[in-house]
Design a protein around this ligand. Structure first.
Ligand code: FES
Length: 143
């Protein structure tokens, strides 16, 4: 499993988490290159179907990173995301996808080190779990 390089998708909100990731790059704080960013305007914009699509199309892990509670630039998009993804976590286990393969968390524009740490932790977690196999599942189950 040592040579397993997990595919991890991170949906990052434009105003905080993307800026935090960008700052990590600017400060030359290395984070695993297998974490691919998808920039969205707000974590509240991330539909659970985007997460399921990422898993279906080969992601071994998915993160949604937004502004800290109280800092969302659209007032409460992150809190909507929180409620939505609590439900998704329950659904994932019913679909046979370990809940550790998904993470919702907060990273501010100044928290480059926090972004780096979350990216590393997620990579370590997914490496331990191994590749995600959706084999045997009807596509509509994970749609
Ligand atoms: Fe960052 Fe809403 S703008 S979570």
């Amino acid at each position: 499993m040592d040579d397993f390089n997990p595919a991890i998708i991170a949906f990052v909100c434009n105003w905080c988490s993307y800026a935090g990731a960008d700052k990590a790059g600017g400060q030359k704080l290395p984070y695993p290159s297998n974490v691919k960013l998808i920039r969205v305007m707000c974590s509240g914009r991330v539909d659970p179907q985007f997460v399921m699509k990422a898993f279906r199309e080969g992601a071994d892990g998915v993160m949604v990173l937004g502004c800290h509670p109280g800092d969302c630039h659209y007032r409460n998009g992150n809190m909507k995301a929180l409620r939505r993804f609590k439900l998704l976590e329950r659904m994932l286990s019913q679909l046979g996808i370990e809940k550790e393969r998904f993470k919702l968390d907060w990273v501010s524009a100044g928290e480059s080190a926090r972004f780096q740490e979350l990216a590393k932790k997620m990579t370590d977690t997914i490496k331990k779990l191994g590749p995600l196999h959706l084999r045997g599942m009807v596509e509509s189950e994970v749609a």
